[in-house]
Design a protein around this ligand. Structure first.
Ligand SMILES: [Zn+2]
Length: 114
């Protein structure tokens, strides 16, 4: 912390959401935690919600893409344990998830701009 102050950083009243150490604002305007590095400061609960929602949607999107890939390979290999029809049903369900996730992400992006 003393190094940060010597470098001209300013201690903020906000604290790190992870370790609750005080945050510092660098001359470059970047806000960092002495332990965790760069931190995103949010101004409202809504903003926190939209960031955590986006992170959770990102995770879900990855899961869906992985599942779709796995099912696609099963179809291509022609030796699926579930049987082709069941694989296609599962694919349909995952594609629905993926579509909704992407739609929600677009909605969130739009609502942030306003
Ligand atoms: Zn921290």
């Amino acid at each position: 912390m003393s190094e940060l102050l010597r470098a001209g950083a300013v201690m903020l009243s906000e604290s790190c959401p992870i370790c609750s150490l005080p945050l510092f604002k660098l001359r470059s305007g970047e806000v960092i935690c002495p332990t965790h590095g760069r931190v995103q400061i949010v101004k409202s609960d809504d903003e926190v919600l939209s960031i955590t929602t986006t992170a959770s949607l990102d995770g879900l999107e990855r899961v869906a893409v992985n599942a779709i890939n796995k099912l696609r390979m099963e179809l291509e290999g022609g030796n699926s344990e579930l049987g082709d029809l069941n694989v296609i049903r599962a694919l349909d369900a995952w594609l629905n998830v993926l579509e909704r996730v992407r739609r929600l992400k677009i909605i969130i992006k739009h609502s942030e701009k306003v």
